[in-house]
Design a protein around this ligand. Sequence first.
Ligand code: ADQ
Length: 457
Amino acid sequence: MSRLVVVSNRLPLGENPSGGLVVALDDALRSSGGLWIGFSGEPVEDPAEELIDHPGAAFDRLSFDLSPEDHHNYYLGFSNSVLWPICHGRADLAHLDPVYLDGYRKVSARIARLMVPHLRPDDRIWVQDYQLFALGAELRKLGVRNPIGHFLHIPFPAPAECATLPNPAELFDWMTHYDLVGFQASRDMDNFAASGFHMAGMEQIGLNTFRLDGRTLRAEVFPIGIDAQSFIEEARDAPDADQVRFLTNARLMIGVDRLDYSKGIPQRFRAFQQLLESIPDLHEKISFLQIAPPTRSGVQAYDDIREETEYLAGRINGQFATLNWTPIRFINRPYPREVLAGLYRQARIGLVTPLADGMNLVAKEFVAAQDPEDPGVLILSRFAGAAEQMPEALIINPHDAHETAAAMASAMRMSIEERRERHAAMLQVVLEKDVGWWSAAYLEALEQESTKEQPEN
Ligand code: ADQ
């Protein structure tokens, strides 16, 4: 079997690297003597002009360093202040600074240059996510002929959003240098086809094939899953409800997200406020726990969302709290997987209401963690990729506080029969399309793609 080379923004470090992607790729990496390449994690003043070996894992690991300037322009800048907001429909938050785009191009070329001496002729290369859109094209420029695939974990922008990028045509030039691109949901494929046609004249020549400048690309939907079986076990074995019980006898409604403006946390808080205003009977009967550790501090939009959510939580608690009841508990720190699993299992309602989201794994973790005999209810935004796979959730428009509040009320009232029925249907998808299925399906498709010729520059 040919070797699998994974490239992602962040290299999984530590003795026993964990995390969804590591679990997903573990088998494929082990069985093929695989290699993982990624950023070392902290910018350094004098970056090494070679990849650095990190022994001690079941697969080989090589990291690249970034200077503070490259990290600023490529990572905080173009990746997280241009691509991230635009792919999530927030062009208003994008900082279109040409220095960022230059930094992104420069770092992509540098990673390719550092990688080449480590590649073997029969390697399959799998590039992850939006930070590395340009890597395939840079590898091709250096003569790499191996099969190279890309998987996008976040939404692909529709034409009107794509048009807000400083370089929409270049994006399609980058992407069509891959043999295979994978998306989370059919909505992303549709956007890719429409935007590619409008922005770059990319033609669709088959159900899953596209052509641009003589290059042919296969594109397909591979919805990512979770390590479902182990999550189920973790939730089952989680500390007994009494030990993690927090507070009163009120029913628990839970949200777990990175503190990101795409996750719809303020909208969710306003919907909860709407619920408490319109149905006073629910006071003291429902308690909302929102766990949201801050990320990407230093990017202004992330500092803003933190302030907005803190303000809203404080205001709602001020308005409704009693001596016995705090309506919202807002916690800004991460928790270990087993603690989250136990909390999900206790919750009557899982609230997953992003304004835009590639997939959203919390939705799947919530489903996996439930007791099938007495499951909680998932309230899920129509804008999460997960909504395509789990229509049995209560699907809502997160911008509509009334609709979301009505879903909360209906989840509180829902009969056990209906809860079981909805949960069983969702659990089946979570189990069948787990993370192992996802990586196997993607790698099989990549295998089928043969090496393609380098186009003329
Ligand atoms: P994210 O935007 O990070 O991922 P998500 O899919 O929800 O979003 O995954 C978050 C993961 O982090 C989950 O496993 C969750 O349990 C964990 N997590 C979140 N909050 C936590 C907390 N407070 N403490 C501990 N763990 C926490 C991107 C895309 C998604 C896509 C994934 C995978 O934005 O749409 O589903 O990649 O492709």
